[in-house]
Ligand binder design. Structure first.
Ligand code: PNS
Length: 169
């Protein structure tokens, strides 16, 4: 039986920190389903479709990665997809409280599903989707911080005149 994990998030957009966690997860799991939360926030920069497409493009050469959009409870999505583990990245102590709360709530909702925390490379421990958008919108270079598919779409958003700073960061 395949050992599958779910890696959930909003991914607006996916960063190299997320990519790093997914690649680390592949050392443990046969398959990882990247679960993209459907747009709950009105001011997301990218649509659900765009966020899914960027992740698919980033992992196009790896059949062990599946990308799916979801809404509703994460534990229900995990069960439906036969995954017993939820993978989350922990960058710093500041992430801990939020992650701890979510992990315990998910355990309460479904005790069969475990949450596994992984640390990204220190190169990405400062990185967030919010900061990537802010830096890019203000003219900073994000080449080493996001996959190529994301850099391309950030540029397209900027040239299309979409306002993504300061309202959408
Ligand atoms: O990238 P994010 O914003 O840190 O991801 C948060 C996410 C998607 C993991 C979380 O909001 C989530 O699981 N949402 C689904 C709804 C749910 O199951 N809520 C109860 C879990 S505490």
């Amino acid at each position: 039986m395949e050992n599958t994990a779910v890696y959930p998030g909003f991914f607006d957009p996916i960063t190299n920190g997320h990519v790093d966690i997914i690649r680390r997860g592949l050392k443990i799991f046969d398959k990882i389903i990247v679960a993209v939360l459907k747009n709950p926030k009105k001011n997301a920069l990218f649509s659900t479709k765009e966020r899914v497409a960027m992740i698919k493009e980033t992992f196009a050469d790896d059949p062990r990665i599946e990308v799916k959009a979801f809404d509703g409870l994460l534990v229900d999505f995990a069960k439906k997809n036969r995954a017993k583990t939820v993978m989350r990245g922990l960058r710093a102590v500041s992430d801990f409280e939020y992650e701890f709360q979510m992990a315990l709530m998910n355990r309460k909702l479904n005790p069969e599903i475990e949450t596994l925390f992984m640390m990204p490379s220190v190169d990405y421990s400062f990185l967030s989707s919010r900061l990537v958008k802010e830096v890019f919108a203000l003219g900073g270079c994000v080449r080493d911080l996001v996959p190529k598919a994301v850099e391309k779409r950030l540029r397209e958003k900027l040239t299309s005149g979409k306002r993504f700073f300061p309202t959408n960061v």
